[in-house]
Design a protein around this ligand. Structure first.
Ligand code: 0WD
Length: 254
């Protein structure tokens, strides 16, 4: 039987067909998963709806992770439609792009808190709501970046948020392990997406990774999708609390 047959999952953070979440969604759908999507704001709905329809997703819902009512409404709808949830893809991050350049030293309190809220706390807030629906166990995957481990130019407050996100993955994995719910992160190499376009000198980072990674190229969203499929499916049944690098090997040299 297909790897994801009978599995129902929510994918949060598709902005367009270049989004990393879309790479994971395609891989899961190709292997038989039934998907729901959330989008943030009306502008993105126009892009997400056709993508969702192309993989026959029965659920397309608005969700702003800074709003508890909005998150509650999403999981109420999931429960009503499916009565359960098998997996969750968290591919959400935000920081003011004025602070994704220059020095970390200049981070403002407002943007620090907002970056942490949307890029880090949201994983915990969503997991609180998803876990009660994961009655047969489950798998939660979030997206992180090497800037959590090492200083990368311009990544600044987002690097600090990703470090906290990776720590959250480990704590959540322990909290949920006895319910058979696994929590992992994929540390993706740089990919040209909408969110990445806000990072200073992103083209240079792409070029740097291409020249220096062991595979001498950058990763694609389909390759991140393959790793997502492994962690979301029973292929990854023995894996939790892990940060898995899908970066053409850059973390071994960088
Ligand atoms: O190089 C890259 N692109 C990497 C991205 C390397 C390693 C990790 N990542 C991470 C990002 O930090 C993020 O966590 O992957 C995740 C997905 O990012 P993406 O695929 O690069 O970017 P994008 O296609 O823009 O999707 C991120 C989406 C938002 O899009 P915009 O561009 O409008 O910020 O996150 C969503 C939104 O759809 N988002 C929210 N969703 C709900 N509530 C919110 C919010 N408040 N804010 C942003």
């Amino acid at each position: 039987a297909p790897l994801m047959q009978g599995k129902k999952g929510l994918v949060m953070g598709v902005a367009n067909d270049r989004s990393i979440a879309w790479g994971i969604a395609k891989a899961a759908a190709d292997h038989g998963a039934t998907l729901g999507f959330t989008y943030q704001g009306d502008a993105l709905e126009k892009r997400v709806r056709p993508l969702a329809e192309s993989v026959n997703a029965p659920l397309v819902l608005s969700c702003d992770v800074t709003n508890a009512d909005s998150m509650d409404a999403v999981f109420a709808e999931v429960e009503k439609t499916w009565g359960k949830l098998d997996f969750l893809v968290h591919a959400i991050a935000f920081s003011d792009k004025d602070e994704l350049k220059g020095q970390y030293l200049d981070t403002s309190r407002d943007n620090f808190l907002r970056t942490m809220d949307i890029s880090c706390y949201s994983l915990t807030a969503l997991t609180q709501r998803a876990a009660p629906l994961m009655n047969d166990g489950g798998s939660i995957v979030t997206l992180t970046y090497y800037g959590a481990e090492r200083v990368m130019p311009h990544y600044n407050v987002m690097g600090v948020a990703k470090a906290a996100l990776e720590a959250s993955v480990r704590y959540l994995a322990v909290d949920l392990g006895n319910r058979g719910i696994r929590v992992n992160a994929i540390s993706a190499g740089p990919i040209k997406t909408l969110a990445a376009s806000g990072i200073g000198d992103f083209r240079y980072i792409l070029k740097w990774n291409e020249l220096n990674s062991p595979l001498k190229r950058n990763v694609t969203i389909d390759e991140v999708g393959g790793a997502g499929l492994y962690l979301l499916s029973d292929l990854g049944s023995g894996v939790t609390g892990e940060v898995h690098h899908v970066d053409c090997g850059y973390h071994t040299v960088g």
